[in-house]
Each structure stands twice: as C-alpha cells, then as structure tokens.
Ligand binder design. Structure first.
Ligand code: ACO
Length: 505
C-alpha cells in the first residue's frame, strides 16, 4: 500500500490567526516545539508562518509585540490533500524549497507536513543522499561506462570492443578475442601467435593447488570446486588487493588465471570420476586443449571449433549478474581471486549460468517432438520457468542462440531435430500463455545440445561456460580497477518505522 500524506503529517496543525502578533505566534511555535504555524481565519487556511519568516522579521527590525502575523506570513500557501501520495509532498516541498505545507481535506485543515516528517518517517532519503528509484533487478539501469562491450537487446546484437561478437565467433580464434579484450585490439598473425604461445605456457597448475585438488574434487560440485581452487590459487600465488597493485601486475595475474582455469576444471573432473588427470598439451588451442584434458582424447577439429565458438560467444555479455558481481567486489579494492570467486558463485544460479544442463534434462524428459506441447504447456501453467528461454535484455532472438543452433546443425546428431521442434513449440506456447513477454531461446538452450554433442558431461556445462567467461570477468576486473569508485547503492527501508522502544526481555 502506498504511503499517503495523512500517514505522516503532524495533526492537529498548530495554528494562529492573521491578526495575532508575531510574538504570540512565536510563543505558540516554541511551546509546541514546531517550526511553523498555519494561519487560519474562520477555519480557512490563509497563510503559513515559519521560523524563516520570524528570522526575516527580526532582520528587518519588526516589532514583534505589535506587528500582525499577516504582515510576515506567506499568504495563500500551497496545500496538500491528506490522501495524496508522499511523493507529491516530497516534490512540492523540494521543488519550491518549502519546509512545511498545510494539509487539507476539502476546506478543512487536517494537519501540517514538514520535510522532517518525510525524512524521518516516510523512508524518503535526505536530499544529500540518492533518492533515485530504480526498477527491481536494476533492469535497464546504467551503472558504469565501459569499453569492453555492450548488448543491444531490441536489435539482438552484442559486441566486444567495436566488433560484432557473432562475427568474431565466426571468423576469429578464442585467443584472438582474448587478446582483443585484454590488450584492446585484435592481433595480427604475429601478435596472435605470440599471445597464444604465452597463454599456452601458463596452463600448468602450481604445486600447492595440485596437492590440494584431489581433496577439493571429492568435496563438491564442479563449480564449488572451482571456487575453492581459485581461492587457493590466489593465496598460493600471493595475489594482493587490487587496491595495492598496478595495472601490469593485475593483467599478469589475470592472464595466468584465465590460462589455468580449464586445467583446474578438467583435472577436478577427472579426479572426481576416478580417472588420471591429463596434463595440458602445448600444441592445442584453448578449447581443443580443454576438451582433451577433460576426455583424455584429442577432439576432432569440428568439436574443438564448436566449443571454441561457444566460448567466444559467451566470453562476455554486458553487465550480467556474474560480471557485475566481479566488478562490485573489485570496487572494494579486494584481490582478483575474491572477485572471480564471487562471479563463479553468481554464475552458478539457474537463472544465470546454471540453465544448460536443465535445458537438456528437459529435452530428455520430452523425448519426442509430439510430446513437447503438452509438456511445455503444463510446465508454464504450473508456473515453472522453461530453461533456456527468456532473457533480461533480449526481447528478440538471442544472437548467441541463433549461431549455436547453426552449430548444432553443422555437428548433426539425434538432438538437432528434437531441439528445433521444442524451440518452436515453446516459443508458441509462451507467446500464448505469457503474451507480450517476448520470450525466445537464450544462449543456454542450444549450448547444452552443442556441449553434449561434443562429449562434455552435463555437470561440466556451466563450468565450461565459466572457463571462457573468466576472460570476460578478468577484463571487467581490470577496467573496474583502473577507474575505481566503490560501488555502494542504497535500499529503501520498508519495515516498521524506527526507532521503536527496545522491549525489556
Ligand atoms: N519460462 C516461462 N516464463 C518465463 C520465462 C521462462 N523461461 N522467462 C520469463 N518468463 C515470464 C515470467 O514468468 C514473467 O511472467 P509474469 O509477468 O506472468 O510474472 C515474465 O516472463 C517476466 O519474467 P522476469 O522474471 O521478470 O524476467 P527477467 O528479465 O527477470 O528474467 C530470466 C530473465 C531470469 C533469464 C528468465 O527469462 C528465466 O528465468 N529464464 C529461464 C532460466 C534461463 O534460461 N536462464 C539463463 C539465462 S541466459 C544467461 O544468464 C547466460
């Protein structure tokens, strides 16, 4: 329920008449401990006299015993209705620099409302603090300037630096895109080769992490293990707060972290499965080496390229929840490990990165195209979310899902036809049951199909997402650290009005 002026006003209002003397009015104010009196004649509001008016009168050497209130009051003041929302009171008081306004109902005076009432009780913040209301979930709110990239939801377009991300996924290697993000430009052939060699040389696990990983791998789900492993890595390598290091040191830590995350993931996966870990191979690119370390077999060029394209498409995507988390943590000056651990945590949720295995589970549960409509209809009617559909920013086809759909066609396999049927059915059912919401496939729907076809086990889908996204997170950490200001928003308190007396036990 909205708070209205009546809920917050002081009632009854302290009054005097226009023929009272200033001294009488001042005494009334002092006795009532208020900063204003409403001036009424025959019960009708004719003015308001405030402490400010008394000061003006004193400065002009008025005669308080004889000067009538009528001489110094603000005549015909604005008034507020008792049932108006407090926002109207706030707007009126602040726009005109009033401190008090009479509150009426019809012609009858019901009370007075002051800035103090609003600030103390209405949960509206003092003017010195932000009073900007933003939509739940910060939808559409600009929180920073970035040169990393952007997402244009209505157009179904996103870019890294100045290049279309889809064009990059179609035409360049992951290492080239990594170079673009970290160094600000696409490399030429020689620069690209040097960069690729540099990152390949940093894939090995340091001794401390190697020793602890078997125990970590037994403990939890792959992303939980990754979180712990990144913490261990940061301590082992002595990462200091971003606040205390320069850009070159942070860039070096970031490069090493991105190079080693696939090794952590693949090693922990194999340990958990009771398999011998596989050492990274320096002759393979990022995605191919990841698949190799995961499965123990060199992937086909087709599979390696499919996963590379998936990773390029998901390397960065505006101020999504995990990226924003990494930036918030960096804004405190904390170290790189802290920021990436937080980002991994945010990614793990099913509303963000945790959806692709669930989308594939759904395809399994549907089984055949003829069962899709009944399945989706029942799920939506039961209030369930269809995994891999809907997006905060895209209100049209997610360009990542379009490219990944074409990748599934290229790869072939039993899921291609079923997934396309289920996509069509789901879009139709959602359009009917959730009209106007503009729900289409997001990146996660076909991501599951691509990863499954390339031999990645289901519990490694979101970790595979994290392997590439670490590059995006680190790019944002570096940008945040280079122009840092603590990210510290505010919330509106909506609990019982404080201060309440503390009960004695
Ligand atoms: N299935 C059914 N209904 C949906 C779906 C969905 N997948 N997505 C949104 N809706 C409906 C909601 O029920 C809501 O309906 P209502 O107005 O009747 O209450 C309406 O659409 C708006 O939903 P919001 O939750 O306000 O949309 P928001 O922008 O907050 O959510 C999100 C975006 C979280 C991605 C959502 O679409 C969703 O839950 N999708 C399923 C999970 C998923 O696929 N996550 C991966 C996202 S991609 C990524 O992060 C990499």
């Amino acid at each position: 329920m909205k708070t209205v002026v009546r809920d917050l006003m002081t009632s009854p209002a302290i009054t005097c008449t226009s023929s009272d003397s200033l001294a009488t009015a001042a005494r009334t104010m002092r006795e009532a401990e208020t900063g204003s009196v409403v001036v009424t004649d025959a019960g009708k509001v004719v003015g308001i006299l405030t402490e400010r008016d008394l000061l003006r009168a004193a400065a002009a050497s008025a005669d308080p015993g004889n000067d009538a209130v009528a001489l110094w009051m603000t005549a015909h003041p604005d008034v507020l209705g008792a049932d108006e929302e407090v926002d109207a009171a706030w707007a009126s008081l602040t726009a005109h620099h009033y401190r008090h306004l009479p509150v009426v109902e019809g012609n009858a005076l019901r009370g007075v409302i002051s800035l103090r009432d609003l600030m103390g009780m209405a949960r509206i913040r003092p003017a010195s603090e932000s009073s900007i209301d933003v939509p739940p979930g910060l939808e559409g709110v600009l929180v920073a300037e970035t040169t990393v990239g952007d997402v244009r939801g209505q157009e179904g377009f996103f870019h890294y630096r100045q290049y279309s991300a889809v064009d990059l996924a179609e035409r360049r290697s992951l290492e080239d895109v990594w170079h673009l993000l970290f160094r600000g430009e696409l490399p030429d052939a020689a620069m690209g080769a040097a960069f690729a060699a540099e990152v390949r040389s940093r894939r090995g696990l340091p001794a401390g992490l190697t020793g602890i990983l078997p125990a970590l791998a037994r403990q939890g789900a792959p992303l939980e293990v990754l979180r712990s492993a990144v913490s261990v890595l940061g301590s082992e390598l002595g990462w200091r707060p971003t606040h205390d290091i320069d850009a070159a040191e942070l860039a070096d830590q970031s490069l090493g972290l991105c190079a080693v995350v696939p090794t952590i993931l693949a090693t922990a996966h194999r340990l958990r499965e009771g398999l011998e870990p596989v050492e990274p191979r320096a002759d393979l690119d990022f995605a191919a080496n990841y698949l190799y370390m995961l499965t123990g077999r060199a992937p086909t060029a087709e599979h390696a390229r499919a996963i590379e394209q998936y990773m390029i498409l998901t390397i960065d995507h505006g101020f999504n929840a995990s990226t924003f988390t990494a930036r918030v943590i960096t804004s405190t000056g904390a170290d790189l490990g802290a920021a990436i651990v937080g980002a991994i945590g945010a990614l793990s949720g099913p509303l963000h990165g945790g959806a692709p295995s669930r989308a594939l589970d759904m395809l399994d549960a549907i089984g055949t195209a003829d069962r899709a409509e009944a399945y989706i209809r029942r799920a939506v009617e039961d209030g369930d979310r269809i995994m891999g559909f809907g997006h905060r920013v895209y209100k049209t086809d997610d360009p990542r899902s379009l490219l990944l759909r074409s990748v599934t066609e290229r790869l072939g396999g039993p899921l291609v036809a079923l997934s396309q049927d289920v996509e069509r059915t789901t879009v139709d059912v959602l359009a009917e049951l959730k009209p106007g919401r503009q729900l289409y496939t997001n990146v996660e729907f076909y991501a599951g199909v691509v990863m499954h076809t390339c031999g990645i086990p289901r519990d490694m889908f979101t970790p595979t997402f994290a392997a590439g996204r670490t590059i995006g997170w680190c790019t944002h950490v570096m940008e945040q650290a280079s122009h840092n200001r603590l990210i510290r928003p505010a919330a509106r308190y909506v609990g019982p009005p404080p201060p309440q007396p503390v009960p004695t036990p």
